[in-house]
Design a protein around this ligand. Structure first.
Ligand code: ADP
Ligand code: GN1
Ligand code: MG
Length: 370
């Protein structure tokens, strides 16, 4: 058994899965945590599965605070869902505590691990295969926003400080550029210039927040299509996952990050940029569905700023990929060389598309003003 397998055995033994474990395999396509699916075999029933994750130490400095947020939010969502006649066990995540009763397990090398029951009969999509599917994810994220509308935001820890503070992301980019530890800056001249040309944009949402135009709410902050599990039968968004970044934020962040990832027909790391195009029809369908799910709770100002949410989340994510590329790929998992630079390029292509179709995006959201 190698060291990684030994570690996995140590971790599996720390949890009571209610039946013997018959296997644990790498799972999913997240960029941050190390995810495994655990198969168990109860005597009298068919296999039960669990998601086991080592939380990223690069991303999350305080796993105890992170898990406190997740337990608070999942229990609250569970109660709200049950109150509205939903199925708590499928529509909200649940934490399976380790045998020691804590919210997560720390292995002998210091890794922090947690377990969730696997939400079965669902599909996790990597791209919007249809407009209906993308709209369903929008309804689910809008509903998530509504369900957490009265959650006491001040009790949430900031799991990644300044997560969507685009000004701070810009400063971190400049610091990485100045250090340029691997001499990679010379390979990304146009991308660096693309960021520098949009320095003022990085303050647009923050200024609106500081002026009191945009209110702070409890937001998910990582609303990629692959962070919602779709019901296999109804094809509706069933369960919102990846709650690591649930924190106080702006609603336009949640809207915008979904558009960034989903309102196009290419992979986030597509190398052929001619395939990377903002799909305005998808933007429109998502807008309608997100606002439907949010149940009329957004203000006119928030609706006004939705295109800015899309542009800023896309620009910011591109800046983050570029920063990580220049830094040496310490944050986002990569499976090939220059993947973070490729990811950056798709984001900037989408930003350029949004800029050229800005009037259309504004006209779409304007229809929803009250
Ligand atoms: P990351 O932060 O690395 O993206 P996620 O929490 O999103 O990690 O999990 C990675 C993948 O694991 C998801 O995209 C999804 O496919 C799967 N997954 C996570 N939690 C569950 C769950 N409770 N039930 C079923 N699949 C899950
Ligand atoms: C990460 O965890 P995952 O893969 O859902 C990242 C997001 C980025 C996204 C880009 C905690 O999301 O902020 O937008 O990659 N999550 C974290 O794909 O940094
Ligand atoms: Mg994820």
């Amino acid at each position: 058994m190698n060291a990684a397998e030994e570690r996995l055995q140590e971790v599996l033994a720390a949890f009571d899965f209610g039946a013997p474990v018959v296997g644990a395999l790498r799972y999913g396509q997240g960029h941050i945590n190390d995810t495994f699916v655990v198969h168990t075999q109860p005597e009298d029933r068919c296999c039960r599965r669990f998601i086991l994750q080592r939380m990223s130490a690069a991303a999350f400095k305080h796993p105890d605070e992170l898990m406190e947020n997740i337990i608070g939010v999942t229990e609250y969502l569970g109660r709200e869902i049950a109150k509205h006649g939903g199925d708590r066990s499928r529509e909200a995540m649940e934490v399976l505590r380790p045998r020691n009763g804590e919210s997560f397990f720390t292995d002998s090398a210091g890794g922090a691990w947690r377990v969730y029951p696997f939400v079965e009969r669902t599909i996790c999509y990597q791209s919007a295969e249809s407009e209906e599917l993308f709209a369903a994810s929008g309804r689910a994220f809008g509903r998530f926003q509504r369900l957490l509308g009265d959650y006491p935001a001040q009790t949430l820890h900031e799991t990644i400080p300044n997560f969507h503070n685009t000004e701070d992301r810009l400063q971190k980019f400049k610091a990485a550029l100045a250090a340029d530890p691997l001499g990679r800056a010379k390979d990304c001249g146009p991308e660096i210039q693309f960021v520098l040309d949009r320095e003022a944009d990085c303050s647009v949402a923050l200024n609106a927040m500081r002026e009191g135009t945009l209110p702070l709410r409890v937001t998910h902050n990582d609303t990629k299509l692959n962070n919602v599990l779709m019901d296999e039968e109804t094809h509706e968004g069933l369960c919102i996952i990846d709650l690591d970044t649930v924190m106080p934020g702006l609603v336009i962040y949640d809207f915008g990050d979904s558009i960034r990832f989903g309102a196009n027909h290419s992979a986030e790391d597509e190398r052929d940029l001619s395939k990377v195009n903002l799909d305005v029809e998808l933007f429109s369908a998502y807008t309608a569905a997100f606002l439907e799910g949010a149940g009329g709770s957004l203000t006119n100002e928030e609706i006004d700023y939705l295109p800015w949410g899309a542009k800023l989340m896309t620009l910011e994510c591109g800046i983050r990929f570029l920063t990580d590329y220049i830094d040496g790929d310490h944050y986002f998992h990569i499976s090939r060389e220059a993947q973070n630079l490729d990811r950056c390029r798709t984001q900037f292509k989408l930003v350029a598309d949004m800029e050229s179709r800005w009037a259309e995006l504004e006209a779409i959201v304007r229809q929803y003003q009250k």
